[in-house]
Design a binder for this molecule. Structure first.
Ligand SMILES: Nc1ncnc2c1ncn2[C@@H]1O[C@H](COP(=O)(O)OP(=O)(O)OP(=O)(O)O)[C@@H](O)[C@H]1O
Length: 263
């Protein structure tokens, strides 16, 4: 009897290989390699300026890398962008929306651009507005939305075509706790049904309670990656993050003028 072939490893949902980007003299991302397994809820964490947004922008086809490659479920983001983008939903950083449109118009526009039938677009837009606590605001111009509402309508736009991979840059920023809980439930349900989420956040408790895998980056390099338990190594993610990133606690001399009360 012939020996059974070993099963091929499943293709990662997102595979970054040696991604690099420099802005002038500043190296923002320095040869970053990362594989996000299918079905994971993956948290990308790092201090301000670590290169998270630059990495996610290159991973999603928004910013051309100087070197390296990115692939979504085996589709190369830069060589075959149409195939990669068709199965990806993206919430970019500081997203610029067509804000003269109403929320409902923006969703309709996004869905039709994705090639969806109009009846599906209308039904899903209504579902998304309800699920994200935006019901009753579909007729309001996005320009008149609050920061949190803009974040939620941008997330709805990322979801409307039911992608396989969601890449979300700071999805919880400016979002109220009730909406935050709704977003967490949506992301958990999405992953439970076989989808994959990659999100960046500065809130370690949130990443710890939501994500099953994490990567810590600093100065454009990968410091650690693995399951949540592997990375936090018996301590809290916050503690491990500070250890890895190596920021010293502020000494008593720091901002001494602020404490020398002449008030
Ligand atoms: N368009 C740009 N032009 C010049 N420098 C840039 C540009 N975009 C990013 N940088 C620099 O690249 C580095 C990485 O920035 P990036 O926005 O990717 O970090 P980040 O980890 O997302 O930070 P934060 O957590 O503060 O959002 C920073 O030093 C930043 O100043």
């Amino acid at each position: 009897m012939e020996a059974a072939e070993p099963a091929a490893a499943p293709v990662p949902a997102l595979h970054l290989q040696q991604l690099a980007k420099r802005f002038g003299q500043k190296v923002a991302v320095d040869g970053l390699t990362l594989a996000v397994p299918q079905g994971s809820l993956f948290g990308l964490v790092g201090p301000n300026g670590a290169g998270k947004t630059t990495t996610l922008s290159m991973a999603t086809g928004l910013l051309r890398p100087d070197h390296g490659a990115a692939a979504v479920l085996g589709r190369d983001v830069w060589r075959d962008p149409a195939a990669a983008k068709a199965i990806m939903g993206v919430l970019p950083d500081g997203v610029h929306l067509f804000d003269r449109l109403t929320g409902a118009e923006l969703l309709r526009y996004t869905g039709l651009l994705r090639g969806m039938p109009e009846t599906d677009v209308v039904a899903r837009a209504s579902d998304l507005l309800g699920a994200l606590g935006l019901d009753g605001t579909g007729g309001t111009a996005v320009a008149d939305y609050s920061a949190g509402m803009r974040k939620k309508i941008a997330l709805a736009c990322a979801l409307i075509h039911a992608p396989s991979l969601l890449v979300l840059d700071e999805p919880f920023e400016s979002v109220d706790p009730v909406s935050g809980e709704a977003i967490r439930a949506i992301l958990r349900g999405f992953v439970a049904s076989g989808g994959t989420v990659v999100l960046s956040s500065h809130v370690m408790e949130l990443v710890e309670s939501l994500c099953d895998r994490v990567a810590v980056v600093a100065e454009g390099r990968l410091l650690a990656t693995g399951t949540l338990d592997e990375v936090r190594a018996g301590t809290s993610l916050q503690h491990r993050f500070v250890q890895l990133v190596g920021r010293e606690a502020l000494g008593t001399e720091t901002l001494a003028w602020l404490r020398s009360a002449s008030r």
